[in-house]
Write a new protein. Structure first.
Ligand code: PMP
Length: 477
């Protein structure tokens, strides 16, 4: 029979497909390794299997045991799938911003899901990794997988992903491009390819622009599961053992906008429906290939499917709301009310560690509509000239509410919900209606995922007046 005894035999061994349109020109061909065709739908199946098998070999995981991991994404699904196929219990600890689809996937595999607040510094006892370690230690037969510190993570790629690429390209691969999350993929695959080619293969990390791996400030970004975020209150950022920097020859920063537009193009023009980090990787691979000749050969790793991100990156509404789409230039758009020069000026944000008195003084001095967005504080505030990303907007300080509070109180105790957000590409008339409905005095104008300005209903009415014939204020309720 042409059949398999176990699903576990269907992990890895993913196909390599040539991208049709690597940006035109005479560059090198680019071949994409489609990890979404692995049994569990991502590159992380490989480490789920390898980490569990190593734990079985070492005796850390025994029959009837419980696999515990902290992860918001594919590693949880890979581990939960392998645990189900092998008869282990699985517990996955997730940050609260995880999508409903990801939580549902884990539950579907029979895993228990523990949700904890996200966005905490590494040393916080409630950080998901610390919670998972405690659960593993307190559970009889519990084993913490720990992908960031587990040598079986890069090893899985040294033993499978690397040899597959070498065999599939007949040893002709000259460049490997991969995202860097835990670093397991690039470290293991890269090391194998370098060893097999006598050091000829160049290894390039594709990194979200804000990620600390490629020198960014570590503030939040939108491509999930790639790069390294740094919480502003993480004093010393220790990079994971699973990332072997010496294997990586170069790191290329890729902006969120470029990554997201790349996957939308891949889906429409090549029929490849892949996730955001695949966009980061392909965007970098196209840049690399453009500088090479046709005798060279680029392999890029596409870690997962776009189906997990249909409600975000492939949803025009989400893209517009976050300022990643430019909208219809025939009608006034929110961005038209914010001149380019104004987008460069820092938003008048406050830090949530300020006192009520400090916040009031700042609000009276500079916030025209009596409200300002509030960011989490920390030793690494937004760099000069850099606007905060939208996930950082923790709440809103308003004059009315603060005037009634005790001056020495922390501002964090007196916050209103975050201001509404309007992407620069949004139709201005629709945005005005939405802002009026919300009752908020101001909205944050969002471009490429960053808050770049504040705007009130009057700002939008002024923009619309010559077109719609509205006098300022006439469309107010
Ligand atoms: N992209 C996606 C979608 C992932 O799930 C991961 C794994 N976290 C990565 C990229 C990065 O891979 P690695 O952890 O091996 O560096």
């Amino acid at each position: 029979m042409d059949a398999h005894d176990s699903l576990l035999e269907l992990i890895g061994n993913t196909p390599l497909v040539r991208l049709r349109a690597p940006g035109g020109g005479d560059g090198a061909p680019v071949y994409a390794k489609l990890e979404y065709l692995s049994a569990g739908g991502s590159v992380k199946d490989r480490i789920g299997l390898r980490m569990i098998e190593e734990a079985e070999r070492s005796g850390a995981l025994r029959p009837g045991g419980t696999v515990v991991e902290a992860t918001s994404g594919n590693t949880g699904a890979g581990l939960a799938m392998v645990a189900a196929a092998k008869g282990y219990r699985a517990v996955v600890v997730l940050p609260d911003k995880s999508s409903a689809e990801k939580i549902a996937t884990l539950r579907a595999y029979g895993a228990e899901v523990v949700v904890r607040p996200g966005g905490l510094p590494q040393h916080d006892p409630e950080h998901v990794v610390n919670v998972a370690e405690r659960i593993a230690a307190g559970t009889p037969g519990g084993w913490f997988a720990g992908q960031y510190g587990n040598p079986a993570n890069p090893e899985a790629h040294y033993l499978t992903t690397g040899p597959e690429i070498w065999r599939q390209t007949d040893g002709r691969v000259t460049h490997l491009v991969s995202c860097v999350g835990t670093g397991g993929t690039i470290s293991g695959t890269g090391r194998f390819l370098k060893e097999s080619s006598g050091g000829r293969v160049r290894v390039i990390g594709a990194d979200p622009t804000a990620s600390v791996y490629s020198g960014g400030d570590g503030r939040p970004y939108f491509v999930e599961a790639a790069g390294r975020f740094r919480h502003p209150e993480t004093a010393e950022d220790v990079w994971p053992d699973s990332y072997h920097q010496e294997v990586v020859d170069q790191l290329l920063p890729v902006p969120d906008r470029e990554a997201l537009h790349t996957i939308r193009r891949l889906a429409r023009e090549e029929g490849l429906l892949v996730g955001g980090s695949s966009g980061t990787a392909v965007a970098a691979a196209l840049r690399v290939a453009a500088g090479l000749g046709p005798q060279e050969l680029v392999v890029v790793i596409l870690p997962d499917s776009g189906r997990q991100y249909l409600s975000k990156y492939f949803n025009d509404e989400w893209m517009l709301q976050h300022g990643f789409l430019d909208g219809d230039p025939a009608a006034p758009r929110v961005g038209d009310a914010v001149p380019a020069a104004e987008r460069e000026r820092p938003l008048p944000y406050l830090h949530h560690r300020a006192t009520v008195a400090q916040a009031l003084a700042a609000l009276r001095e500079r916030a025209a509509a009596g409200a300002a967005p509030v960011l989490p504080a920390g030793p690494a505030p937004v760099a000069p000239g850099r606007q905060p990303t939208v996930p950082e907007l923790a709440g809103t300080a308003t004059l009315d509410r603060l005037a009634a509070a005790a001056p020495a109180d922390p501002l964090a105790d007196h916050l209103d919900p975050p201001l509404p957000r309007l992407g620069t590409g949004r139709d201005a008339a629709a945005a005005l209606a939405e802002l009026e409905d919300s009752g908020a005095p101001l909205a944050v104008v969002v471009h490429d995922g960053h808050g770049v300005a504040l705007i009130g209903p009057d700002g939008l009415r002024t923009l619309l007046a010559p077109n719609a014939g509205n006098a300022p204020g006439s469309s107010g309720r």
